[in-house]
Design a binder for this molecule. Structure first.
Ligand code: TEU
Ligand code: CA
Length: 535
């Protein structure tokens, strides 16, 4: 198909650089390590890699606090290492998407260092500064995601600055035209270097309400205990209308580089409408993802509800669905370890592009960590109420050696290698033809080679027409129709009999497709029997 459109229906494989492979023996993954293991990624049959941040950073939020947008942190290597990575990826047929954390920088960025110096320097308004209230308290009630208020007092300027995340992640002021231009220059730098696109961190957080209006409280039933931002509806700190025009500027830049793409991360209170608005009409982002499926647990009704809500928002949109990433509990745990393949099978049935997270192809469960091992400030600040994100960030499991092949023996990895991951390591699964890894490879190729799965239309099947626990979508492309069904019943669930005529009126000539690693469902005339766990 049209190469510029390669991203539509594509599968992106997310690499968390700190935890992929340590090539230089300091216990932290790096760019050379990634390049070394790109063959593994290519063997999965994915289309692209998405690299979490590897830019200069004090690593307070492990790279999501950027101190230089146009350089590689020495911990990860050099710009030349990155050039070599791109070259190897392209030689293997993999596109390279890199993370861009535009909404905020590190407080160590020279922009912020200058901005905080006084109230009149050239970058004085590049960040969001505001006077205290007469009693000295912060200008409004906005809360930060990783605990506490979204405002920190700076003694030199005698003003507060805004940060939606850590105090060391000050929010850039996108109302300032120079900020918008500076970021476009940063993007151009990487496009010129040969990247194939960007993953935009919290892409709906760029602009804030300059009137600094208080956020309204969240309806009590929607509060997530322990998550400070969920106590209020984030109406004014994020999600401002000005964002759309800026995304159009970004798109215009990307369109200068044929084939360049973008995927936005949508966080906040009500993510599906934003995902629809940001990807509609091919003029803003190419793709976007929300936490709706990332937070899913493999319940048929809940899955249908998310897709149905998104469907209502128009067919002119392009989602990117994911079950796992570096912020959430791994899908093998949230869906259940016995259902790791089933989870990916359901994912592969959906209209949209997909993100897979390193280790998901192995069925790695979430790691259980002791408090002493925690590194993520979110998990540390809010412990024990919030689990934090270290459990999904432990090193990738390559082999059965002490450090799972992630780093040399005798080196301490930055997060422990989880003991239960070692038996699931690549080397083991590689050797077993029917391992999850090999079944996932076949599954991803099935998806990749199927035009109807990659780009076909999608009709959701109403749960009322299905036996309980069965999830189904109909994919179609011209006269080709593929009905995708999965029995998501858990322990104690029974065989489900599906009457196909009722679901796709007028269809005939049914045949059932054997999915990699699963027995083909029993088809008798126009009735199909699905066992729990079967798809
Ligand atoms: O995530 C945004 C975000 O909303 C999550 O961090 C969320 O708040 C958290 O998982 C708790 O539920 C992006 C990045 O993916 C994340 O790693 C960064 O920490 C964050 O932005 C700040 O840049
Ligand atoms: Ca290293």
């Amino acid at each position: 198909h049209d190469r510029h459109d390669w991203w539509r229906g594509a599968t992106l494989y997310q690499i968390y650089p700190r935890s992929f492979l340590d090539a230089n023996g300091d216990g932290i993954g790096d760019l050379k390590g990634i390049t070394e293991k790109l063959d593994h990624v290519a063997s999965l049959g994915v289309d692209a890699i998405w690299l979490s941040p590897f830019f200069t950073s004090p690593m307070d939020d492990f790279g999501y606090d950027v101190a230089d947008y146009c350089d590689v942190d020495p911990m990860f290597g050099t710009l030349d290492d990155f050039r070599a990575l791109i070259e190897r990826a392209h030689a293997l047929g993999l596109r390279v998407i890199i993370d861009q954390v535009l909404s905020h920088s590190s407080d160590q960025h020279e922009w912020f260092q200058e901005s905080r110096r006084d109230r009149t320097n050239p970058k004085a308004d590049w960040y969001v500064w505001a006077d205290p209230r007469p009693d000295g308290t912060p200008p409004n009630n906005w809360m930060a995601a990783f605990s506490g208020r979204a405002w920190t007092f700076d003694a030199r300027r005698r003003q507060y600055y805004l940060h939606n995340f850590l105090p060391s992640q000050p929010d850039l002021n996108f109302h300032h035209p120079e900020v918008r231009e500076a970021h476009l220059d940063n993007l151009r730098f990487w496009l010129e270097l040969g990247v194939d696109g960007f993953r935009f961190d919290v892409v709906n957080y760029f602009f804030h309400d300059p009137a600094l209006t208080d956020n309204p409280p969240m309806p009590r039933e929607r509060v997530q205990p322990g998550n400070p931002q969920s106590y209020q509806f984030q109406r004014h700190n994020i999600e401002q209308p000005e964002n759309l025009a800026y995304l159009e500027r970004i798109r215009a830049l990307l369109d200068e580089y044929p084939g360049a793409t973008s995927v936005g991360e949508i966080a906040g209170n009500d993510q599906l409408p934003t995902m629809a608005a940001y990807t509609a009409g091919d003029s803003r982002l190419h793709m976007a993802y929300t936490f709706d499926l990332l937070d899913s647990t493999g319940d048929a009704g809940a899955l249908h509800e998310v897709l149905a809500r998104f469907r209502e928002l128009g067919d002119d949109t392009w989602p990117c669905w994911a079950l796992s990433n570096h912020d959430v509990v791994r899908s093998a745990t949230s869906w259940g370890e016995a259902r790791a393949l089933l989870a990916l099978t359901v994912l592969c049935s959906l209209r949209g592009s997909l993100c897979l997270y390193q280790g998901e192809e192995l069925g790695l469960p979430e790691a259980e960590l002791a408090y002493e091992d925690l590194q993520d400030p979110f998990g540390i600040n809010l412990w024990p109420e919030v689990k934090g994100r270290d459990g999904c960030r432990t090193p990738m499991a390559w082999d059965d050696s002490v450090n799972g092949g992630f780093c040399a023996e005798g080196v301490a990895p930055w997060l422990p290698v989880y003991a239960r991951h070692r038996p699931l390591a690549v080397a083991h699964q590689e050797a077993a033809p029917d391992s999850l890894l090999n079944r996932v490879r076949r599954l991803l190729r099935l998806r990749g080679d199927s035009e109807v799965l990659r780009r076909g239309e999608q009709t959701l099947i109403d749960p009322a027409d299905l036996p309980g626990d069965v999830f189904a979508v109909l994919r179609h492309d011209g006269d080709q129709r593929l009905l995708c069904l999965a029995h998501l019943g858990r322990q104690g669930a029974t065989m489900a009999r599906v009457r196909l005529d009722a679901l796709v009126p007028g269809a005939s000539g049914w045949s059932s497709l054997a999915l990699p690693g699963m027995a083909a469902p029993q088809l008798e005339g126009r009735e199909l029997d699905l066992a729990p766990g079967q798809a």
